[in-house]
Unconditional design. Structure first.
Length: 56
């Protein structure tokens, strides 16, 4: 995605804060939902960081 160092750190920080929501649904019928949500949660911060919505 051609992110610079600051943008990469922002993206990783945003992604890290979203990981924990998946554990809330363990043991439910939403198992097929988890891979898609995980992909979205990883891609969204990478797309947002170049927009400078967050700064270090």
């Amino acid at each position: 995605m051609d992110l610079n160092e600051e943008q990469l750190l922002i993206a990783l920080g945003l992604a890290g804060t979203q990981v924990f929501s998946l554990r809330e649904m363990f043991g439910t019928m939403t198992k097929p939902f988890h891979p898609g949500k995980a992909a979205e949660n990883g891609l969204q911060p990478a797309l947002l960081s170049p927009k400078r919505l967050y700064k270090l």
